[in-house]
Design a protein around this ligand. Structure first.
Ligand SMILES: [Mg+2]
Length: 224
């Protein structure tokens, strides 16, 4: 099966572990360390236990923040101000080959991320690809309820409508979501979007996954 690269195609990219690869997991680890420290403070527990809770919330609530909000009532900006401490964070490498790939894609491109947008703005700027995107749709734009909440996908469609690329009633399969988190693809598939699972590890496959690639750069192989 081939994913056509037409001008009316709309490309949505998750940021973490999608726009930068599993091989750069140190980037995400630097953030996860801050998240665990935050959990440690809020829950008043030891660091190892905080890491467990961080992962459990991600699984149960979709994001760690969603779990922290539900259980401890934390404020999203308080959470992000704490975890986005530049001196403690690692960013992806400069990536001209990714820029070349993005420039091949004919339709508009967006970052659609469960992080507050300053994180992916800084990272994609370091990669040299920030200006390839129409804009970043970050968690703050989704009223802090990110993927896989249905409202996040509705917000994304509203942004596309506002930007004049798509409107309700248009063919939803023009929209493609690339994401490393399988649970984020199901609601996209339910809306009729095309889904690309970017994952080099798991052998599992969902019925809601149209394509699967181990790495972003493999997207080239899917194009007609
Ligand atoms: Mg991700």
């Amino acid at each position: 099966m081939i994913l056509s690269n037409d001008t009316d195609r709309i490309w949505l990219f998750d940021y973490d572990l999608t726009l930068y690869a599993e091989s750069e997991r140190a980037v995400l680890n630097s953030l996860d360390r801050r998240i665990a420290l935050y959990v440690q403070q809020v829950a008043n527990i030891d660091y190892d236990h905080a890491q467990e809770i961080r992962k459990r919330y991600w699984k149960e609530y979709g994001t760690t923040l969603a779990g922290l909000r539900a259980v401890y009532g934390v404020t999203p900006n308080d959470f992000f101000d704490f975890i986005h401490q530049p001196e403690t964070l690692v960013y992806p490498d400069f990536a001209p080959q990714k820029r070349a790939l993005l420039e091949i894609l004919k339709g508009p491109k967006y970052i659609f991320t469960n992080g507050r947008s300053d994180w992916s703005r800084k990272g994609s700027s370091k990669m040299g690809i920030l200006d390839c995107f129409e804009r970043i749709v970050g968690l703050e734009d989704m009223n802090w309820d990110g993927k896989p909440q249905v409202s996040a996908y509705e917000t994304m469609e509203k942004v596309l409508e506002y930007d004049g690329f798509w409107k309700k009633g248009d063919d939803p399969s023009r929209i493609v979501l690339l994401d490393d988190a399988l649970h984020n693809l199901r609601p996209a598939h339910d809306r009729g979007w095309k889904t690309v699972w970017v994952n080099p590890i798991s052998e599992e496959n969902g019925s809601f996954t149209d394509f699967r690639i181990p790495d972003l750069m493999d997207l080239l192989k899917l194009l007609g």
